[in-house]
Ligand binder design. Structure first.
Ligand code: MGD
Ligand code: MGD
Ligand code: SF4
Ligand code: MO
Length: 737
């Protein structure tokens, strides 16, 4: 028996834990937290230990599948790619580039292969119809950051390890392990905050596990966070609590003016948070030694998502906590250059065809994808690519979206499962298991609570194209080069172009160098790694290809098999804030102009009917980990949380079925009667509903649960970001049967 041990990053969620994998005869035996990983120090959650099971899952797609007469059959790569070319190329010639759409799902962000390959693919498709999971997730943060700090990617993260006071809204990191704030072991980090005498205030309509650990829990009416945050800002001005130590800002008086009418008294009926608590929290935030405000899913996937996201960072600024240890800080990843080129953040460079919605960072709202497919006329979407995405379960009004998927002329998916979305495809190209890919976190290192990086090589090899090569092959087809083009040659040409551009760019660390010399140094790596090595070596810690012999290279990173911790975050205002004024823009016009909408909602507010919110649990990951037996075998998790008063009113007790009806759909789920939710609010977890015909999920289909996105409506949006409204959905509940 041969035994080996490998160290990797778990790619499943944003926490980026280090794992130690023991293999015997090339089979995964045990996965543990890597105690020598400087960032995660041995922490792992139940999902991380299942990477071997995912790899071995007999249901996982390993060869291309082509649908013939309604049935999927295995095909060679040549056949599958030729089929795509045969159908796509004439379709684009006849109907134009916008007839193709691309949907990019969440797992693409958890690595570097797909992230690198997808941008050229989108470009080659040449369509306006680019959709990603961002518009059912964090787009409000990109928009507020774009306007306030000059760049959609300038997202400050809460420095939870050093703060004295953390105000957290709409996040439950004890289950989710954190988001837009990358760190392993949120449970340990938050406990440490409380243990050192710090305060953790959780604002959530549910008493979550995070709320249980908190020093304060404030239940809030779903969708009301923006109004409450405005009241906190109001109190800072009203009680003269704005810090004397502000970073350079513009628009302070405007902020005072727009929050003048938003006193705690004016918003309390709307938020259901009493005025005494609101004033107290504002004072505590202002007077804590260090403090930070952090909002996530519950503040973003709502009708006032961008206003809430903006208000979070206004509070960080006004309390003097932006860009300082213990406050909200700007990370800088190993592969990034120190400074961003100033460029005005703009939206609406093009608009969607049917609903006239503006693009943001090159994307249209996924809430309108079904409209674009189902509405006839020039520019109608007829072909769709889904890459590692499951919008049939994750996008709003999923019932209508599934109808739309059914009506396409061509659908191509790159995925590891035949699931609710990919069953609609004509061709499925296999994605690869996490253990078959090398790993570096391009996205989450830019959101990390410490300056940390890790590279891990693949553990296993496979036949056929890698996932990177598959997307490059699709790029070749989209570019009109046919299906026989060599992906490696295409990627090499792209790399050469990138190096040539860098040596010609003033300010680049390889400006003026000989491109051949650079390419030769990169050539020791496989193709996707060459792009990564180029970024690392021209990044802020890079060796600049010899300019700084002590600088970082991919080789040096790879040699550190537990990853490298370069230390805590450091203040970097001047490099991070790239507005043309060089200041934080506190009062960007588009944001100020959206405030009357909030005021109107507060005024029009009447006591609610019942509203629905979502939730996540530790043993799930969005829509796709329910096929792993050990993660689903315990008690039923897709239940409707109902407050005892509501349960009594509709006459159901624990475990009995409840129908939940919204403006667009209806589902039935068993009640879980619990005090851990506000009266008038019910909650369903998301990512379930695995009983669709034509899928191949032998474990998940045994405990299907219901799809909560049958209930969410694609019509209401956060207008500033195009983000879907997935929380605070008006519903009617009744005992079933
Ligand atoms: N109601 C409601 N809806 C929500 C949310 C909510 O809170 N409530 N949350 C939203 C959020 S935050 C997100 S991020 C989105 C997620 O939305 P999506 O990205 O659409 O959904 P995922 O469940 O992440 O789907 C991942 C897909 O990728 C496949 N996959 C997994 N790993 C790989 C791989 O390595 N390669 C390939 N090619 N495929 C792979 C899986 O089989 C699955 O089909 O959902 C959003 N939708
Ligand atoms: N185990 C697990 N981990 C995950 C995922 C997963 O599916 N499972 N998904 C990953 C992804 S893609 C993401 S984006 C992150 C998300 O990570 P989080 O943002 O932590 O997401 P949730 O756990 O859904 O927590 C959202 C909380 O918001 C509350 N909420 C709902 N509406 C409102 C509201 O209007 N106001 C307030 N204040 N709160 C509200 C809900 O009750 C819920 O507790 O998690 C990631 N990690
Ligand atoms: S917390 Fe996230 S990164 Fe860590 S082991 Fe669990 S799923 Fe993996
Ligand atoms: Mo997400």
């Amino acid at each position: 028996m041969t035994r080996r041990i490998a160290y990797r990053t778990c790619p499943l969620c944003e926490a980026t834990c280090g794992v130690q994998i023991t293999l015997e005869d090339d089979a995964v035996k045990v996965i543990r937290g890597d105690r020598d990983n400087p960032f995660s120090q041995g922490f792992i959650c139940p999902k991380g230990s299942t990477l071997g099971r995912l790899h071995d899952d007999p249901d996982r797609i390993r060869t291309p599948l082509v649908k013939r007469d309604g049935q999927f059959a295995e095909a060679s790569w040549e056949e599958a790619l030729a089929e795509i070319d045969r159908r796509l190329t004439p379709l684009l010639a006849e109907h134009g580039r916008d007839a193709a759409a691309l949907y990019i799902g969440n797992p693409n962000a958890h690595g570097f292969h797909n992230t690198l390959a997808l941008r050229p693919f989108a470009k080659a498709l040449g369509t306006r119809n680019i959709y990603t999971a961002s518009t059912v997730d964090q787009m409000p943060k990109h928009v507020s950051s774009g306007y306030m700090f000059g760049h959609a990617g300038a997202i400050p993260v809460p420095d939870i390890d050093r703060t004295d006071y953390l105000l957290m809204l709409g996040a439950n990191p004890l289950e989710s392990n954190g988001s837009l704030a990358t760190a392993p072991d949120w449970p340990g980090r938050l406990r440490a905050l409380v243990d050192r005498g710090g305060r953790l205030v959780v604002v959530d309509p549910r008493k979550t596990k995070t709320a249980e650990l908190a020093t304060d829990h404030l239940p809030i009416r779903p969708g009301a966070d923006a109004a409450w945050l405005f009241s906190l800002i109001h109190v800072l001005f009203d009680e003269d609590l704005v810090s004397d130590h502000l970073v350079p800002v513009a628009g302070l008086d405007d902020v005072r003016a727009v929050t003048a009418e938003m006193s705690p008294e004016a918003t309390a009926d709307f938020t259901r948070i009493d005025t005494v608590a609101t004033r107290r929290i504002a004072r505590e935030l202002a007077t804590a030694e260090t403090a930070c405000v952090y909002g996530r899913i519950g503040t973003h996937t709502v009708a006032f998502g961008t206003l809430a996201s903006w208000a979070v960072d206004v509070l960080n600024v006004l309390t003097g906590n932006l860009d300082r240890p213990g406050g909200a800080m700007f990370p800088l990843a190993l592969h990034q250059p120190a400074r961003r080129t100033p460029r005005a953040f703009r939206q609406g460079r093009f608009r969607s065809r049917v609903r006239d919605l503006p693009e943001t960072i090159g994307e249209l709202p996924v809430a309108t994808l079904a409209d674009e497919i189902l509405t006839e006329g020039p520019g109608q979407v007829r072909a769709l690519f889904t890459i590692a995405g499951n919008p049939a379960l994750t996008a709003p009004d999923a019932g209508r979206l599934e109808q739309a998927l059914d009506s396409l002329d061509l659908m191509v998916s790159v995925d590891i499962y035949l699931n609710e979305t990919t069953r609609h495809a004509d061709v499925i190209l296999p994605g690869r298991s996490a253990l078959e890919k090398s790993h570096y976190d391009l996205a989450f290192t830019t959101l990390s609570l410490r300056d940390y990086a890790m590279y891990s090589p693949p553990l296993f090899f496979h036949d056929g194209l890698s996932e990177f090569e598959a997307i490059v092959a699709l790029t070749g087809i989209a570019a009109g080069l046919g299906s026989a083009v060599d992906p490696a040659a295409l990627a090499e040409a792209a790399l050469t172009a990138q190096v040539q551009s860098a040596v010609g760019t003033t300010g680049s660390r390889i400006h003026g160098r000989d491109p051949d010399e650079i390419l030769k140094e990169l050539a020791v790596w496989p193709i996707p790694e060459r792009f990564l090595d180029l970024m690392i070596r021209t990044g802020h810690r890079g060796d600049g290809f010899g300019a700084d012999p002590d600088g970082m290279t991919l080789e040096r990173l790879a040699a550190a098999q537990h990853g490298i911790d370069f230390g805590p975050l450091v203040p970097r205002f001047e490099d991070a804030v790239s507005t043309s004024s060089g200041m934080v823009e506190l009062a960007p016009a588009p944001i100020i102009e959206d405030i009357p909408r909030l005021r109107a909602a507060i005024e029009a507010h009447r006591p609610d009917d019942v509203v629905l919110v979502g939730r996540r649990e530790l043993r799930s990951n969005n829509s796709w980990l329910h096929n792993v037996e050990v993660l689903v075998r315990r008690k039923e998790r897709c239940t409707l949380h109902v407050h005892p008063d509501d349960a009594a009113r509709i006459g159901v007790s624990d475990g009995e079925p409840v129908t939940v009806r919204s403006a667009v759909g209806m589902v039935t789920a068993p009640a879980e009667v619990t005090e851990a939710i506000m009266a008038g609010v019910v909650s369903l977890p998301y990512g379930w509903g695995h009983d669709a015909e034509g899928t191949h999920l032998s474990v998940a289909s045994q405990r299907p649960g219901v799809n909560t996105n049958i209930l969410t409506d694609s019509a209401p949006l956060d207008p500033l970001s195009g983000n879907a409204v997935l929380n605070g959905i008006p519903v009617e509940i009744a005992a079933a049967g």
